[in-house]
Ligand binder design. Sequence first.
Ligand SMILES: [Zn+2]
Length: 296
Amino acid sequence: MNHNNLSDIYKFTQRNMINWSLTSKFFHHNSRDTYTDDKHSKDISWIIKSSTGTLPTLDFLNRNFPNLIKNDTKCMLCNSAEESNDHIWKCPTLLPHIRSTFRLLADQAQTFLQKYADKLNLCITDSIKYSNTFCWSFYNDAPITDNATLLLRSYVSEDLFRTFRTHFLTQGATIKAILKFMETATRLIKRNIWKVRSAAWKDKKRRLQITKKSFKNYQRDPRMKTTRAPRCRNIGYICPQTVSLYNNYNRSDLIFIILASSNFLHSSVFFNQLTYDLSDDISYYSSPHYSRILMV
Ligand SMILES: [Zn+2]
């Protein structure tokens, strides 16, 4: 994993914008019936890749499969910048889809609060309307806020927490409602926003005659083997068994190091039960070396 993918998260952490305790809870959350459920694996795959900036965008694919992508990494939607994890949430062509999805998310948040809130029920509409996470989406020319970007990347922001906390008597009830909302939100984001990009990628693959086999067999072709970019290695080691995000949520510097450590991502119990998923759009193209492991 490239630590540059987390530079904005580091910035948000320094500004105390992320509720690490709840984010950690959400990363471990599973409302599905079983941990081996295929849909659960896809949910987790999305959360890991969106939060760590490792969605298979063209820059990423080009590093792993240079002979397939051939340095053609221009964003397939706006054609004005390199397609990267950073660009995808700022893409001008994708922005209207992001905006309309956040209007839907604002509706969802309101519905959740109206259903579960036990305090200040009459102010729910205003709470959502003035929340920094959602307010920008009601104006067609307003730029996306950092709190909205955090939600796009599967993080629970302090802004979202405060918005919900106002309407509950207890912390426990707040957490329960936020986890439910986050689950709905990440699925909607994937379905309404990433899907637009995926459709463009499918068209491009068809044009270039790239198939799943092209990725699967990539390493087997000796002509292609030598041109693959070298893998970056992380510096330092943090034993994932001895740390816990939950117990260190107020140590933003430590939390960031733990989160940024691929050792943690590889070894945490949370990730151990991940299964290989060939059928969807985000996990397949990540790593030709370790095609049965989701993380790079
Ligand atoms: Zn773009």
